[in-house]
Design a protein. Structure first.
Length: 81
């Protein structure tokens, strides 16, 4: 299990968001999910802070991964997928 702080910014009906969350769940990696439509100011926050123009944005210990980048996620988390 990972001891990293993970936040997944997502939105409903987003396939890439679903893939990231499924990957984390499969590997028993805890994460906090934030729906950008339910949290006021979140879209602006991720644009300004991470330069994100799309979702999901997965933040692992302060490092942002934009979109579903399986290779980068597995490298940072130290898992085999």
């Amino acid at each position: 299990m990972s001891d990293k702080k993970i936040v997944v910014y997502s939105k409903p009906n987003c396939m890439q968001c679903k893939y990231v969350k499924q990957m984390l769940d499969r590997n028993d990696i805890p994460f906090k999910e934030i729906d950008v439509f339910e949290s006021e100011g979140t879209i602006e926050h991720i644009k300004e802070t991470y330069g994100a123009g799309g979702l999901p944005v997965t933040v692992i210990d302060g490092e942002a991964i934009i979109g579903f980048n399986q290779e980068k996620l597995t490298d940072i988390l130290g898992i085999d997928e």
